[in-house]
Structures are given as C-alpha cells and as structure tokens.
Design a protein. Structure first.
Length: 236
C-alpha cells in the first residue's frame, strides 16, 4: 500500500554532484514476498533532490538468498536513472596465458555490467582454462581441482576455497540461478589468489633469481690463469 511521507534520504545526484545529497521521499510502496526457499522485501520510493529538484526513483531490497560477510541478508540499493558506480578493477594479466587472461577479463567485465549469471559461469571457466593450461585431468572440475593439489600447484586450503567458487559457477550454469554480487566478488578474490600462485609469483621469483645471479656474476673478480715458471737452459 502506498503512503505519503516526509522522510529524507541521502542519494547521489548526478546534477548536483559532490557526493550524496538530501532527497525528500514523496511516495513509497513496500512489498514483501516469500517462497519455500527464500524470503525478502523491497521498498520503492519516489525521491526529489532538495538541491536541483531532480526526481529520482530508488529501490531498496533484501532477500535471505544473498547474504553479506556476516551471514545477514545484504541490502541492495538501485537508483534510477542509474548513477555510475565505481567499476571493479582487474588484476594485471601479463603473466597469465592468453586464454586464461581473456576469460578472466571477460568475467570482470560481466560483473561490472551486472551480468551476474555470465560472471558466475566465467568463474568456472577461468578454473577450467587453468586446468587445461596446466594439463591436469579429471572426469569433472572437482577432480581437476584436486589434481592441482596432487601436482603441487596449490595447497589443500586453496583447493577448498576453489571448490566453494565452483559451487557458484555450477548454480549459475546448471540451475540458471543468478548469484549475488558479493558472491561473485568473493569468487573473483579466490581465483585471483589461484592465478597469483600459479602464474604471477613463480614468474616474479624467477626474475629475482636471474637478477641476483647477474649481480653475483658482475661482482666477481676476473679469473686469471696461474703463471708457469720458464724452463731453465742451464743443465743441472
């Protein structure tokens, strides 16, 4: 049921700029819902900026499927017209194989575009690409991840984290269930740690080793052959 209200809300305003501005909430409608597996609520608000009087529409929602780091329902706020958000930056991919780097960058782009199902599938595709590059075998992705541990490419705790990321990709691709944005960001942190372990750190360690050996070789004194005594012409 719609209600009249004089409450204020802090919203970013493209017209005024300079951070969040006071907006008057002139109309509000709340809707609750529940299913066998999930429940949540959404509040829809018509807001007017007290500076430039631009009319905005805000949606504040939560559900028990999308949880934050504390295990509580995460609140999602959407503003129309949309306010540009800070995009998630990607890691440097110079040390990654071409195919792995390409899939990783496309996954980050999908997250920034709000294509969460595609981003969830991208997390799984990154791991698949790593397994192909490292030539590990297995009947499924679970066995391939375990093979990475067997081949000493990552530690068991890292594999356990990677299995959690695998569940996100499975839900996105097999159940066509959009993961939460927080879940995708957590999954990216996990695969970035894996990429760092397998590709970035060994390459940098090798560069440090070559630099150390070069410095060691450059600081050594030139080696000269010992002088031989001239043969005497005087017979003994």
């Amino acid at each position: 049921m719609a209600t009249q209200t004089q409450r204020l809300a802090k919203l970013p305003c493209i017209e005024c700029g300079g951070g969040p501005r006071n907006h008057e909430i002139v109309r509000e409608y709340e809707q609750q819902w529940s299913t066998e597996d999930d429940q949540g609520a959404a509040t829809y608000q018509i807001c007017i900026c007290r500076g430039c009087e631009t009319v905005r529409f805000r949606e504040v929602s939560w559900n028990t499927f999308d949880l934050d780091s504390t295990g509580q329902p995460a609140t999602s706020v959407k503003i129309y017209p949309e306010v540009p958000e800070t995009e998630r930056t990607s890691a440097e991919v110079d040390d990654f194989p071409d195919q792995v780097g390409r899939i990783y960058l496309e996954t980050v782009r999908a997250l920034n575009a709000g294509a969460l199902i595609l981003a969830g599938g991208g997390l799984r595709a990154i791991v698949e690409a790593i397994c192909i590059d490292q030539k590990v075998s297995g009947r499924n992705l679970q066995e391939k991840i375990d093979a990475l541990v067997a081949n000493a490419l990552l530690a068991k705790p890292q594999a356990d984290l990677l299995h959690e990321e695998r569940y996100i990709g499975n839900a996105a691709l097999h159940e066509i269930s959009p993961p939460g944005k927080v879940d995708i960001e957590d999954g990216l942190l996990i695969v970035e740690g894996l990429l760092n372990t397998i590709y970035t750190l060994p390459g940098r360690a090798e560069r440090l080793r070559r630099k150390r050996q070069k410095a060691k070789a450059g600081s050594g004194r030139p080696v000269t052959k010992p002088r031989q005594a001239k043969a005497s012409n005087t017979a003994e």
